[in-house]
Design a protein. Structure first.
Length: 167
């Protein structure tokens, strides 16, 4: 109750400079920004940990590529670059590194002899699955006091957020 009173005071101009001039309706968006910033900071740190669990020399950004390949199967480098949101040169560099680590392999695209498809090797698939299972177990532990419906609702809302951010 006291927090609500402080928020009311801030909207009346007696709060700090960051709160002055903020419309009451904008507070939700500022709160959203703060929470997403914290979530993304933690996600980046976790992604680095997971990447190192897959392979000690794996860059954290490459972990997302491996997960995408595990979920969707073979893909062209251009599809992966579009999905991750990086340029062709960055994608080529990341794929070369993954190939050198023995986690992916390139093969000619049967639909277009000029293009290549990228796929996980058996080693890559085994390592990614092991890390993803460990991650799932951590989620089960961290969210053990949550109702399964709440977890489903959070996943639904995050999916809605991600779809909205793509537009």
């Amino acid at each position: 109750m006291h927090e609500g009173h402080a928020d009311h005071q801030d909207s009346q101009g007696s709060g700090d400079a960051a709160s002055r001039g903020v419309e009451q309706g904008d507070r939700e968006f500022l709160s959203l920004e703060r929470e997403l910033t914290m979530l993304l900071r933690r996600a980046r740190a976790n992604q680095g940990e997971m990447a190192r669990e897959v392979h000690p020399d794996l860059e954290s950004a490459a972990y997302g590529l491996l997960v995408r390949l595990e979920e969707c199967g073979r893909q062209r480098a251009t599809e992966l670059a579009a999905y991750i949101g990086v340029g062709k040169a960055t994608m080529s560099r990341q794929l070369r590194a993954l190939e050198q680590l023995g986690l992916i392999a390139r093969e000619p695209d049967p639909a277009d002899g000029r293009a290549w498809l990228v796929a996980l090797t058996e080693e890559g698939r085994t390592r990614v699955r092991r890390v993803r299972e460990a991650r799932r177990e951590r989620y089960v532990s961290h969210f053990s006091d949550w109702d399964r419906k709440e977890i489903g609702e959070l996943a639904r809302l995050l999916n809605q957020l991600n779809r909205g951010m793509e537009k």
